[in-house]
Write a protein that binds this ligand. Structure first.
Ligand code: C2E
Ligand code: MG
Ligand code: MG
Length: 248
């Protein structure tokens, strides 16, 4: 049933993007938004990506969905005040046919969004699964001026190795590490190590899932560059972005 419904959803574009603010520290200045997909299911309402993206990947629908996400995110972001960025999550299968740079180029050209206002978020599995081809595509995108961030940093098996393989512009420290700040000694140690690593390598570091003032204080004490989380704002539909821009 899910399979049939999902195929129909792709055909009818029953998806929407929500946008979560990203801020620069220490001041908390708004720098942009991460685009997060939702499925507006005709009967079940709004479904989160964890529920349907794994199925979409298995059915080979992810390239079409990912292409839609790129076009839609660039289109919406082009209307935001200059300087604000949009971050788009890219799934490993979007690297399989080697066409990601072309897909991104088309999305940028059709929307008029300058390349430096787009950042792609990939997880380290991309470089593990798709190897050299993914590397070549990421390099081409970066040469064009698109930012490349490593998402969920620290959760995989070879995060550090990946840093030597590709010059990422940003590391996003996974929420699982932020969650236990500031009480957890190990969480503090890991946060300190990652912010130090970013500083030494000249890579910006964003903390994901910041929910409390106490977590923010711990991040500020370590000189973390940027943050994202419910403390600053939940994901909102595109039409509510102007209100968030006005408020933050
Ligand atoms: P992600 O890229 O790591 O995105 C962050 C997730 O954490 C989002 O969940 C966001 O709503 C949630 N989050 C943000 N701040 C907080 C917080 O303070 N507390 C808590 N508890 N959660 C927070 P969401 O939207 O359900 O997305 C889940 C994952 O699905 C994303 O993780 C990303 O890996 C994937 N995803 C979402 N949209 C897309 C897309 O368009 N394409 C691809 N390939 N993957 C996507
Ligand atoms: Mg992400
Ligand atoms: Mg993440």
């Amino acid at each position: 049933a899910i399979e049939a419904a999902l195929r129909l959803a792709v055909a009818e574009e029953q998806f929407e993007l929500h946008f979560q603010p990203q801020v620069a520290l220490p001041a908390g200045r708004l720098t942009g938004f991460e685009a997060l997909i939702r499925w507006r299911h005709p009967l079940r309402g709004l479904l989160s990506p964890a529920l349907f993206l794994p199925v979409a990947e298995r059915l080979g629908l992810m390239r079409r969905i990912g292409g839609w996400v790129l076009r839609e995110a660039c289109h919406v972001a082009a209307s935001w005040p200059g300087g604000l960025q949009v971050a788009v999550n890219i799934s490993p299968c979007q690297f399989e046919d080697g066409a990601l740079p072309a897909t991104v180029a088309t999305a940028l050209e059709e929307s008029g969004l300058p390349a430096h206002r787009l950042e792609l978020e990939v997880t380290e599995t991309v470089l593990l699964a798709s190897g050299d081809s993914a590397l070549v595509q990421l390099q081409a995108l970066r040469d064009r001026g698109v930012g490349i961030a490593m998402d969920d940093f620290g959760t995989g098996h070879s995060s550090l190795t990946q840093l030597r393989v590709f010059p990422f512009d940003r590391l996003k420290i996974d929420r699982s590490f932020v969650k236990d700040l500031p009480a957890g000694d190990d969480a503090m140690a890991i946060m300190r190590a990652v912010t130090g690593l970013g500083r030494s390598l000249g890579i910006a570091v964003t903390a994901e899932g910041v929910e409390t003032e106490a977590q923010l204080r711990a991040l500020l004490a370590e000189g973390c560059d940027a943050a994202q989380g419910y403390l600053f704002g939940r994901p909102v539909p595109g039409c509510q972005v102007p209100a968030v821009i006005a408020a933050l």
